[in-house]
Ligand binder design. Structure first.
Ligand code: FMN
Length: 415
């Protein structure tokens, strides 16, 4: 445990971790983390966001249960003024678990009540909601699809992958999603966006992160046809959804959460520690080159293009929990079956912040939400304050830390 600022800074120096850090914190409305910002006419009352965290606690037909309501209530009370809520599947076979939230005509009313629950909890805790911004993440799980009650996977893949295919029992003979199937999926995303607006959400996020379909299609360099190969083709899926959703509901803000950096897949060595699996050439990443090294050329072009299409709010993440979890979720403790972290997790936090800052710098007009801060634990306020004050990020998003400390953001802002 690193209980003093000196000990923490010495530890960072020892590991060569470069993090923004403000030793002095500040309370009150002028504190950097307490200032509001506006995105496309929407006011966000402070610089904290709750990041999406699905709980796999819905009914088989995608309706929220009391556990789902409790989670949304807690997020409403968290103190964050931006609630980037959990992934809702755009149809049943798009679910990553048989108990994921689904947005369709049957569930839209219940999902509207979920949103109202978060708003009511926020109003009760903080007295005002005019500066609360709430969006719903829309998703297709892609190769991670697992909607059936018996738990059998039903992968919907954008391209074959040398590491992931064998993990999920796929062979070269299994078919990839056709262009027509992708066009149908675009229709489904657009229909869900219309329903999300009907449910009262101010924005929808077209999920493009963590190995799910919207991310995999960005990586589909080996795919042929209209959705593969060139960056223009690989972004066609998201561009079509954005354009069509905006045309159908001009008042709905369309946002994107994307994995904008990546690397090679990792697997455990004999001592359990993650080691990269190497390939002569690795044309399967978005935000990395053919050797798996960080390369932000395409992500920079991507976010600039999104901005030109009217996507002014993005949330940036990296990697995928299914092939290199430590890139996406810096931590020391691991789940059963996972390799041990190959790096000091603070390096992973620093990578998130540096990549996010690079994209923010490349497209300063974008409102950028960062991820991966939870591992900072008690140093979250110091790093978050510095990151916002220095303009490295607009909004600090947090996920896991809220599971153990649901009101930590309010505590940071008020004390
Ligand atoms: C239980 C759990 C569920 C998650 N569900 C989602 C999700 O539905 N959509 C998403 O984009 N990310 C999801 N994530 C990833 C988080 O949003 C976040 O990117 C990650 O936990 C790193 O941020 P943190 O360090 O603040 O936890 C989930 C993470 C956890 C721990």
């Amino acid at each position: 445990m690193l209980h003093s600022i000196d000990a923490f800074l010495a530890y960072l120096a020892e590991w060569g971790v470069q993090l923004p850090f403000d030793a002095e914190l500040q309370r009150g409305p002028d504190a950097p983390l307490a200032t509001s910002l506006a995105v496309q006419g929407h006011r966000i009352g402070n610089r904290f966001a709750v990041l999406p965290m699905e709980g796999w606690d819905c009914t088989a037909d995608g309706l929220p249960t009391e556990a789902t309501f409790a989670r949304w209530r807690a997020f409403g009370r968290s103190g964050a003024k931006l609630l980037w809520t959990e992934s809702a599947a755009v149809r049943k076979d798009a679910c990553s678990s048989p108990t994921q939230l689904i947005l369709n005509a049957h569930t839209v009313e219940a999902i509207a009540r979920l949103r109202e629950t978060a708003v009511a909890a926020h109003a009760q805790a903080f007295g005002r909601t005019d500066d609360l911004h709430i969006g719903l993440q829309l998703t297709h799980a892609g190769r991670l699809s697992r909607h059936r009650a018996d738990g059998v996977r039903t992968p919907f893949i954008a391209h074959h992958h040398p590491f992931l295919d064998p993990q999920y029992g796929l062979t070269a003979q299994d078919t990839v999603a056709s262009d027509d199937e992708i066009e149908t999926l675009i229709d489904d995303f657009v229909a869900s966006a219309v329903l999300a607006a009907q449910a009262g959400f101010q924005f929808v996020d077209i999920k493009s992160c963590h190995g799910y379909f919207g991310h995999e299609i960005l990586c589909a360099k080996t795919r042929t046809g209209a959705f593969g190969g060139s960056l223009e083709n690989r972004t066609r899926f998201i561009r079509e959804i954005v354009q069509r959703a905006k045309a159908r509901v001009p008042t709905l803000q369309v946002a994107v959460r994307a994995s904008v950096f990546d690397g090679l897949p990792y697997q455990a060595d004999e001592s359990g520690v993650g080691q990269p699996v190497t390939y002569d050439s690795y044309p399967f990443g978005f935000g990395c080159d053919l050797h798996g090294q960080l390369d932000l050329t395409e992500p920079i072009e991507f976010v600039r293009h999104l901005y030109a299409l009217g996507v002014h709010l993005v949330c940036l993440s990296g990697g995928s929990p299914y092939k290199n979890w430590h890139l996406q979720r810096p931590q020391l403790a691991v789940r059963a079956g996972e390799y041990l972290s190959p790096e000091e997790p603070l390096l992973g936090v620093a990578r998130h912040i540096a990549v996010t800052a690079a994209l923010k710098q490349a497209c300063p007009e974008l409102t950028v939400v960062g991820s991966g801060y939870s591992y900072l634990q008690q140093w979250l306020p110091n790093v978050a304050r510095a990151a916002v004050r220095l303009g490295l990020v607009d909004v600090v998003g947090v996920a896991r830390i809220l599971l153990t400390q649901p009101t930590v953001l309010h505590q940071v802002l008020s004390n």
